[in-house]
Ligand binder design. Structure first.
Ligand SMILES: [Zn+2]
Length: 98
């Protein structure tokens, strides 16, 4: 009997709230369906007590990690609706520097 562990087929992504910057509830994704790095998703934030856009942050080695989120968040690339002001995070980060 073959036991398929969820680890094989799912990857856990972290989401960070674009309004308060706190870490949201992890979401499991099947490995075949990877989204583009830094993709936005509306989730319920426990800190804001509201549905807010969250950014998907991937593990180290990916092109969008917590470091990139922190720059976007601290330098203000998210508007009040949690949308990006500069649509390309790469462009935003290269303009703002570190
Ligand atoms: Zn929040």
């Amino acid at each position: 009997m073959v036991i398929m562990t969820s680890l094989r087929y799912f990857t856990e992504s972290s989401f960070y709230c674009t309004r308060c910057g706190s870490k949201g509830i992890p979401v499991r994704r099947s490995k075949g369906k990877k989204r583009e790095p830094g993709h936005l998703k509306k989730l319920f934030c426990l800190t804001c007590q509201d549905e807010v856009n969250h950014v998907e942050v991937q593990e180290a080695g990916s092109s969008y990690t917590y470091k990139e989120f922190k720059i976007e968040f601290e330098k203000g690339n998210f508007d009040k609706d949690g949308k990006r002001i500069v649509p390309s995070y790469k462009q935003f980060i290269s303009e703002k520097g570190r």
